[in-house]
Design a protein around this ligand. Structure first.
Ligand SMILES: NC(=O)c1ccc[n+]([C@@H]2O[C@H](COP(=O)([O-])OP(=O)(O)OC[C@H]3O[C@@H](n4cnc5c(N)ncnc54)[C@H](O)[C@@H]3O)[C@@H](O)[C@H]2O)c1
Length: 255
């Protein structure tokens, strides 16, 4: 799947990994639909990127909200060729902490946004992508999800976050298998630690400790490096049903 003249819905596109992906798409001649709750940053990014980008206020957990974003993709850009799911939230909470057991509400919220929200966007996007004209290789679309290395090496306090990201990793293959009949590929990126708003909120000491654990390069990843992998997955038709770690060799300690 080529990027020029093709349209990509990017959830969580107002910030961090999603914003870098939107920039990459627009800079390579594609159309970026920035779907996010954060309207102020989304509008700024739309202004920065010009007519190839469009912000649409979106809550990935709400059916009507996602359908409205998809209607805009069709009206403004004439269809949909890619979905990059970056919308996500994080919490750190022990199952049995000083204040008692993990709140079930907090657990449900993480699963709702990270896992159910991603699935909601996928299930509603596929019908639109499947209606598109296939390219010369028979391809109609690509779906890229953002899991985390916490799916496999979650630290203490990450039970909810790891469960949500593990769900994304586990659904990669069944989705790829089913959607192959429509010429739609599915892949999942499992980032290590990247410099975004999500990690900017961590205490400085924790960030330094984490960065030192990365074998090479011993630093946080840059959002552009994530967007570079999104570009490669999009362009390389053999990547399908895969979960790709992007982590500088990091295997997180128990925390
Ligand atoms: N930064 C990292 O180190 C790292 C590592 C592994 C995985 N990830 C994952 O990468 C993804 C992107 O994270 P980031 O680091 O860019 O964080 P970020 O906080 O910069 O961006 C996340 C975006 O998601 C949006 N969002 C949250 N809930 C939403 C909802 N219900 N509907 C629509 N948008 C919503 C936020 O408004 C925000 O703009 C997340 O899924 C995160 O879990 C990040």
């Amino acid at each position: 799947m080529k990027i020029p003249l093709h349209t990509f819905l990017i959830t969580g596109g107002s910030s961090g990994l999603g914003a870098a992906t939107a920039r990459m798409v627009a800079q390579n001649g594609g159309n970026a639909l920035i779907a996010d709750l954060d309207a102020a940053s989304g509008a700024d990014l739309e202004n920065e990127l010009g007519p190839q980008a469009c912000f649409v206020p979106t809550d990935v957990t709400k059916e009507e909200s996602v359908l409205a974003a998809l209607r805009l993709a069709e009206e403004r850009f004439g269809g949909l060729h890619g979905v990059v799911n970056c919308a996500g939230i994080i919490i750190g909470k022990k199952v049995f902490g000083k204040r008692g057991p993990h709140s079930l509400e907090a657990f449900e919220k993480i699963i709702r946004v990270n896992l159910i929200g991603t699935f909601n966007v996928i299930r509603l996007s596929v019908p639109l992508m499947a209606r598109g004209e296939p390219n010369e290789g028979g391809e109609r679309g690509v779906i890229i999800n953002t899991s985390s290395i916490a799916a496999s090496d979650g630290q203490i306090g990450q039970a909810a976050y790891s469960a949500s990201k593990g769900g994304l990793a586990s659904m990669t293959l069944p989705l790829a298998r089913e959607l192959s009949q429509h010429g739609i590929r599915v892949a999942t990126i499992a980032p290590g630690i990247f410099r975004t708003a999500m990690t900017d909120n961590m205490p400085e000491a924790m960030r330094e400790t984490l960065a030192r654990q990365v074998p090479f390069p011993p630093r946080f990843g840059e959002p552009d490096e994530f967007a570079g992998l999104v570009r490669h997955i999009t362009e390389n038709a053999m990547i399908n049903g895969a979960i790709i770690r992007l982590d500088g060799g990091l295997r997180m300690d128990p925390g």
